[in-house]
Design a protein around this ligand. Sequence first.
Ligand code: FJE
Ligand code: FE
Length: 350
Amino acid sequence: MASINSSLLRVRSPSSPIKRAIFFFACYLIIFALWSSSSFDDLDSKAKSSSSQKKMGDHETPRIEKPRQVVKKVLARSQPEGVGATVRRSIGRAELRSLDPFLMLDEFTVSAPAGFPDHPHRGFETVTYMLEGAFTHQDFAGHKGTIRAGDLQWMTAGRGIVHSEMPAAEGENKGLQLWINLSSKDKMMEPRYQELQSKDISRVEKDGVDVRIIAGESFGVRSPVYTRTPTMYLDFTLQPGARVDQPIPDSWNAFAYIIEGEGLFGGPEDATAATSHHALVLGPGDGLIVRNPSARPLRFVLLGGQPLGEPVVQHGPFVMNTQAEIRRAFEDYQHHKNGFEKARHWRSQP
Ligand code: FJE
Ligand code: FE
């Protein structure tokens, strides 16, 4: 074996000087060809890996070409809601009726025995995100659960849900409830729930920015939540001096709601200063720049959604496309039909 190999591999150097020169030149060409093909492979694989990293997220700062500016600033004042509860309504108040596909955003503060006892929904989704304390929900199909600070419940009411939402911890229970409209084709779908515990919500921390990705994508990380109406829901905390550049699809409506602290929204020039409990409607563009020039942390949520562009007829907890559909919703609820069958005998447990 060894002798066969060595004879096959033996290379005899040519004897005459001219033949020797040709031999070395040929060797040089072969070596050069091998080297250049491998280095092109290398460049190619580097290009491939960097583009996939962009998708997968190496937490790089994206470039925003046309930053969105704040076009409207609305203070959410406290108002009574439910039974003895208080909400700060931003989207859904008179100055900001709705922002397609968003119907309402309430920052709620509730201490027992106040709450939101048995009530129906049809035609949209409610997204409840706890900031402090806990809330228990029960519905007429037997779903029951408690969400605590950082947990999320994404409920697609579809054709009908009757439920109660009540505080579950001592003292003040705080959170955000967002209502997202459903397109006409989804309004009568079977109800469904997506529940996420705080530990299941993706989080990225980079350069003084901490983002929890409830829906959509930030710093290359995507949420597992399925949004029937394409939606972005991000919870940002910026340390003093931090800045974030967050892309938002051009065609979407978007707003920010400040939970705590103060920040500069939009810009880089002509940014709008805003403090807690303000909603900031964003104008056209491909992203938002936010900075925290203060000495305290800034916490805000950023919401974006693809507008449905459909007529909205809302009557309390029913949101449909026409007045006739609203009448049908009342009738179905009263007569326990078309999705409200279980409402006949169900009452929430105390
Ligand atoms: C309500 C219909 C409703 N804001 N914030 C009519 F669905 C409600 C309602 C809520 C609500 C619930 C939570 Cl947990 C948080 C909320 C409205 O349940 F109050 C009225 N009047
Ligand atoms: Fe409700």
